[in-house]
Design a protein. Structure first.
Length: 164
């Protein structure tokens, strides 16, 4: 069974995923990382080819990640907006929604200019994304972990308790 971490940009999916994989002795897979390895920077993909093209690459990365066993998988923030991705992940493991308030997300992402959907007014863009995506994460998730004010280690501990 894989553990799939989902949530908004800045929710801690990658950082917590690395910590969790160490704790559990599992392989760590980052779907965005798979895309970057094969195709280059996500911001470049967005600017050259658009979001729709990126989402096709993301579906490929999801299939590759979902084929793993006993891995910790970190997803991109918009990954679960595609129902096919949700079905892939449900078939291979448990989806955990790392939930954080937009103010916390903005604080964590301050100074990060690599995220194409947050260009410009990052906090306003985060609020808009949150309104569009929160229900998607909630519907897809097997478990929700509130991450506000918690360290990656504390979040990984909560997840470890949940999946035991």
């Amino acid at each position: 069974m894989n553990i799939v971490l989902a949530g908004m940009p800045g929710s801690g999916k990658t950082t917590v995923g690395v910590e969790l994989s160490k704790r559990l002795g599992r392989k760590f897979i980052d779907t965005d990382g798979l895309i970057v390895e094969k195709y280059g920077a996500i911001s470049d993909i967005f600017s050259k080819y658009g979001e729709e093209y990126f989402r096709r690459l993301e579906r490929e990365a999801v299939k590759e990640a979902a084929a793993s066993e006993n891995a910790v998988i970190s997803t991109g923030g918009g990954c679960l907006a595609d129902e096919k991705n949700v079905l892939e992940f449900r078939a291979c493991g448990k989806i955990i929604y790392l939930k954080a308030e937009t103010g916390e997300l903005a604080r964590r992402l301050r100074g990060d200019d690599t995220r194409p959907l947050l260009k410009g007014d990052a906090e306003a863009n985060l609020q808009s994304l949150y309104r569009r995506r929160a229900h998607i994460y909630e519907q897809a998730a097997d478990y929700t972990v509130i991450t506000d004010g918690l360290s990656p280690e504390q979040i990984a501990e909560k997840i470890t308790e949940i999946i035991k």
